[in-house]
Design a protein around this ligand. Structure first.
Ligand SMILES: Nc1ncnc2c1ncn2[C@@H]1O[C@H](COP(=O)(O)OP(=O)(O)OP(=O)(O)O)[C@@H](O)[C@H]1O
Ligand SMILES: Nc1ccn([C@@H]2O[C@H](COP(=O)(O)O)[C@@H](O)[C@H]2O)c(=O)n1
Length: 217
């Protein structure tokens, strides 16, 4: 079986991580959620209370542990749940717009993909991190559906929110991510668009597994 890399990009709550996790499990590939890495640095930034990112990064060690999904260790502390909280989400696009932060994480992410066999999701995977990925997906869904999905996630995690507020926050974060100077969120020219609006997780997973099968041969 040919080893490939799969890049999945798209706006917030389009379903990237959910589908990437399932596709990786079905194909026995490694799943990497790069948003969690930006979130971990954002948590370190909030705790440090200064914006000298070079200094901050010199004290940061991020590890991803495969565990029926992905757990995130920041300087050996498990921050998997903490990085989903509102304060991190509210600041992550600012932190992700910093050149030092992007350089640090893109390097780390590119090392993870060298041996292939990775399903990586984020905002710049097909355009910057793995421009030679064998399969690139640009996943989208209506902002209404994305807000409803995130509200369900928050209810389950005990995070307080309203659908209207989430809709506004998601649209704002997408705008920041699409308009930043360095590697803004955009569809790679050779990415295939998958719209998950009104689709079940199973339908979307099936669709992407078919696309992957064509590449694997
Ligand atoms: N058809 C679908 N495809 C993917 N996810 C779906 C679908 N239907 C519902 N969901 C739900 O949407 C929610 C958001 O998905 P997920 O967290 O994977 O999005 P994401 O694009 O990775 O978001 P973010 O970039 O903000 O981390 C999850 O609770 C997931 O179960
Ligand atoms: N490749 C990436 C991945 C993420 N970001 C930034 O992190 C934020 C959080 O991502 P989630 O997937 O966990 O929602 C996202 O809004 C981006 O600001 C990125 O820049 N590049």
């Amino acid at each position: 079986m040919k080893k490939i890399n799969i890049a999945i990009d798209g706006p917030a709550a389009a379903g990237k991580s959910t589908i990437a996790k399932k596709v990786a499990a079905a194909l026995d590939m490694v799943y990497v959620d790069t948003g969690a890495m930006y979130r971990a640095i954002t948590l370190a930034y909030l705790e440090a209370d200064h914006d000298d990112f070079e200094a901050l990064l010199s004290h940061i060690d991020i590890r991803l542990i495969s565990d029926n999904g992905q757990r995130v260790l920041l300087n050996e502390e498990d921050v998997t749940e903490r990085i989903r909280e509102n304060d991190v989400t509210a600041h992550v696009s600012f932190v992700a717009s910093q050149a030092a932060v992007r350089g640090f994480l893109v390097d780390l992410q590119q090392q993870m993909t060298l041996d292939k066999g990775v399903v990586m999701d984020g905002r710049d995977i097909g355009t910057t991190v793995i421009p030679d990925a064998e399969l690139k997906i640009y996943m989208v869904a209506s902002v209404e559906e994305r807000a409803l999905r995130r509200q369900l996630d928050n209810d389950m995690r005990g995070i307080s929110s309203t659908v209207e507020q989430l809709k506004a926050d998601i649209a704002h974060r997408d705008h920041l991510d699409m308009t930043r100077e360095i590697s803004p969120l955009s569809k790679a020219d050779d990415a295939l668009v998958v719209d998950t609006t009104g689709q079940s997780i199973e339908q979307v997973t099936e669709k992407i597994l078919k696309m992957a099968a064509e590449k694997i041969g």
